[in-house]
Design a binder for this molecule. Structure first.
Ligand SMILES: [Zn+2]
Ligand SMILES: [Zn+2]
Length: 259
């Protein structure tokens, strides 16, 4: 159990710590490209950090459950050296599957009957920071953590023995994208949302608008589901261009919509 806590905790601390450090090191950029005018308060950082520790605990129980399910033969995955092409395909598949799971789980917990108990805690971070990545209620943490065992059960049912290394890469990718999406500063280049090669990849502004408006942009990694389901913020691209187009000496998140 201690090993799984250590694994899940270190992913959170290393990623959130590294992103915080990088933003601090590039302080001038941080001010120009800060998405919201409002700043997170000390109590926000405290709440985000403490509830993330609770989520780490829930995640480590799930990691342990997946390992126990493997022992009992309920799910199959191996840590043998994988073929690199198969490993890449497995990583892409689980990331795309998680993006779909997250979108629909996220929309479900926005339902008025569930929101207060399941998801309000995450939305207390109206101006999120990198430390909000795991800031969930216990219920939401369980729903988030359930994905890996459910995915492994589905793969095993279909007769696929997943590589443990693909799960490992997926978990690091997940926390990295999650921390970036909450860091409050736009890090992607100005052309990102206008190029067909990159506009399908979520930016920081994308998820930041979810926190400031609450009713748009439910996706985690990609813009696909929000576009297909008509839930992309109507001013997403405009806001992104405004944030990334600011000139030095004239910073100001004035045009970022709050609703
Ligand atoms: Zn969030
Ligand atoms: Zn939400």
């Amino acid at each position: 159990m201690l090993d799984t806590i250590y694994f899940d905790l270190s992913r959170y601390l290393i990623t959130a710590g590294l992103v915080t450090l990088l933003l601090w090191a590039f302080g001038r950029w941080l001010e120009i490209r800060r998405i919201q005018k409002r700043h997170a308060k000390a109590e926000d950082y405290r709440r985000e950090f403490l509830s993330s520790l609770r989520t780490v605990f829930v995640f480590s129980i799930t990691t342990l459950s997946s390992l126990l399910m493997r022992e009992t033969g309920l799910v199959r995955f191996s840590f043998e050296t994988p073929d690199l092409t198969i490993l890449a395909l497995e990583c892409i598949t689980i990331i795309i599957a998680h993006d779909a799971y997250f979108y629909w789980m996220h929309r479900t917990i926005h339902h008025r009957r569930l929101f207060r108990t399941w998801h309000l805690h995450h939305h207390k971070s109206r101006t999120p920071t990198a430390w909000a990545a795991y800031s969930f209620s216990g219920w939401e943490a369980a729903a988030e953590a359930a994905f890996v065992p459910l995915f492994l059960l589905a793969a095993t049912t279909l007769g696929v023995e997943y590589s443990g290394w693909a799960i490992f890469v997926f978990l690091w990718h997940m926390i990295f994208r999650n921390v970036i999406g909450h860091c409050g500063v736009e890090i992607y280049p100005r052309w990102w949302v206008d190029s067909p090669l990159t506009q399908w990849w979520n930016t920081v502004t994308h998820h930041d608008l979810h926190h400031s408006s609450g009713t748009w942009n439910f996706g985690l990694y990609f813009t696909w589901w929000d576009r297909w389901m008509g839930t992309e913020h109507p001013r997403y691209r405009e806001t992104f261009r405004e944030v990334t187009g600011r000139q030095e000496g004239r910073p100001g998140p004035e045009s970022v919509p709050s609703q």
